[in-house]
Write a protein that binds this ligand. Structure first.
Ligand code: NAP
Ligand code: MG
Length: 495
């Protein structure tokens, strides 16, 4: 492992500017008049403040979103919405360097990652632009006696509340804004208090691109007040939530008042299965980065690496060697591969699990918080626990940090039994050169996404989602767009 060194880009002016709430097309102060400190996790220093929005602000934002939904926006044609999404595409891409810097300063992901999201952002926006005709009407046949014309409309569900986590707002916000703008819904977004800056800057760009007042509203604040108020609000028709299982439970309860529709994208403890016949030159870095990418703060992270017993020791040794080549450091250094964890709280959580793992399994690499010039930031070494078993705490609970548990298995049945012995069902991976094993095992893993001889790739036109306690609903693809619409039948008696 190296610590990176290099030149530091200048902090964007946006960071020092005043941060407010976007409600009804205007930037306004929160009712509380209070702010929340934003900390740069690479230095532990305060970066700026954001507004502490609460229930009263959510009320105003939902009212603005409702007015916009029922107003002029409802008459926008698919072509107008498509043009708007393509304009947003161009504007966001033009500002991508600034956005990447803001994201790196706010939540720690290195520039090598945040800059790398530019092409993906282009894809996701173009994909949703291509879906603007989804709110269509069809004329299904009917077998009614007499002479009837039957129409089936797909209509926008209305006001969508979005609640997203801190691990990738530059990705997460498009899963709300994209389908909403494509279908003619309106939104109130509550980003995570630990990573709201890129969302706020993009919201300025949305206004600049010509998103009508009230179509997109942003209320920053804490989950327990702003988030809860949004989830409970009777004026919200659907909540799209990404986050933890615990919060999802409270959102399900909060949705009961007006029976709002829910989309829940939650966590995982995904298995990544390495067979003895796999090409270890690919499987070792592939499985390692399947855990360590974004310092392990990835919902689909393949944190349970199941390795066939005959290659377990070799795999662990090679993974440790690979891990030592990973550059951990301040994400502003363009050579940095892994940045800090998002917050001191997350650092404590991860160090706690590393302590637990030390008592359960064999520590085969990493395991420490980084000191020296990185001591004031929230940095943790990429960590490997070997000879682990599926019953251990580190193999059962989502750590959300750069911690891998390598678990030996004997045969494909054994691998599948272990892979599926988890309450989660978000993702999985298979590394093998055998076509039959690849098919059988990928079919056998109970998860929304399975990668074979790769890990973590995502095309917005294909999408991803979860099953079991990883939640429900699909992100990306037509399914996602359809979930922002409801079907409506019209029966016309022609006689
Ligand atoms: P979290 O605590 O559930 O927070 C997620 C969001 O919910 C934040 O905006 C949070 O606000 C808000 N929130 C907290 N309490 C709330 C409440 N009572 N009502 C409404 N909203 C509330 O999750 P996290 O720990 O920040 O994020 C990590 C989790 O997200 C992991 O489990 C990870 O696997 C999951 N994740 C899943 C996906 C996916 O697509 N499946 C993608 C990324 C992450 P504040 O943080 O501001 O308080
Ligand atoms: Mg921060």
């Amino acid at each position: 492992m190296h610590t990176g060194q290099g030149t530091t880009p200048a902090t964007p002016d946006f960071v020092a500017g005043r941060k407010q709430l976007l409600i009804g097309g205007r930037w306004v102060e929160p009712a509380s008049g209070e702010g929340i400190d934003v900390v740069n996790p690479a230095t532990g220093q305060r970066l700026c403040g954001i507004a502490r929005g609460g229930a009263e602000d959510v009320d105003r934002a939902v009212a603005a979103a409702r007015r916009a939904f029922e107003g002029e926006w409802s008459r926008w044609t698919p072509h107008q919405r498509r043009k708007l999404l393509l304009k947003i595409h161009d504007l966001v891409l033009d500002h991508f360097e600034e956005l990447a810097l803001i994201e790196t300063l706010d939540m720690g992901a290195p520039l090598s990652r945040t800059r790398g999201l530019k092409e993906w952002t282009s894809q996701v926006l173009q994909f949703f632009a291509s879906q603007c005709d989804a709110a269509t009407a069809a004329t299904p046949q009917n077998s009614l006696p007499g002479n009837f014309l039957t129409l089936k409309h797909l209509a926008p569900v209305g006001v969508v509340g979005g609640i997203i986590p801190w691990n990738g707002p530059l990705i997460g916000l498009w899963w709300i804004f994209g389908p909403a703008l494509a279908t003619g819904c309106t939104t109130v977004l509550k980003p995570a208090e630990d990573a709201s800056l890129s969302v706020l800057r993009i919201s300025e760009l949305l206004t600049e691109a010509g998103v009508p007042d009230g179509v997109v509203n942003v209320v920053t604040g804490y989950g327990a007040d702003a988030g809860q108020a949004l989830a409970e609000h009777d004026g919200v028709d659907r909540v799209a939530f990404t986050g933890s299982v615990g919060t999802a439970r409270s959102i399900v309860r909060a949705s009961a008042g007006n029976l709002k529709r829910l989309q829940l994208e939650l966590g995982g403890k995904s298995p990544d299965i390495v067979f003895a016949d796999a090409d270890l030159d690919k499987a070792v870095p592939g499985a390692a980065m399947g855990v360590y990418t974004n310092s392990g703060q990835v919902c689909v992270a393949g944190t349970r690496i199941l390795v066939q017993r005959s290659v377990h020791d070799e795999f662990v040794e090679r993974m440790r060697d690979f891990t030592r080549t990973i550059r951990v450091g301040d994400g502003l250094d363009p050579d940095t591969q892994l940045g800090p964890l998002v917050s001191e709280r997350q650092l404590e959580r991860v160090m706690h699990y590393i302590g637990v793992g030390g008592g359960e399994a064999r520590l085969a690499g990493g395991g420490n918080r980084l000191g020296g010039e990185l001591a004031s930031g929230f940095f943790v070494e990429p960590t490997i626990f070997a000879d682990a078993s599926n019953e251990m705490t580190i193999a059962r609970e989502e750590i959300f940090g750069p911690v891998a548990s390598v678990i030996p298995f004997d045969d494909p049945e054994d691998a599948l039994r272990l892979a599926n012995d988890t309450p989660y069902g978000l993702a999985g991976g298979v590394w093998t050169r055998d076509l039959s094993t690849a098919h059988k095992v990928s079919r056998g893993i109970t998860a929304g996404t399975v990668w074979v001889n790769c890990y973590g790739v995502l095309d917005p036109a294909v999408g991803f989602g979860g099953t079991k306690m990883s939640g429900y609903g699909w992100k990306g693809a037509r399914e996602h767009v359809d979930s922002f619409l409801y079907p409506k039948a019209v029966y016309i008696n022609l006689d």
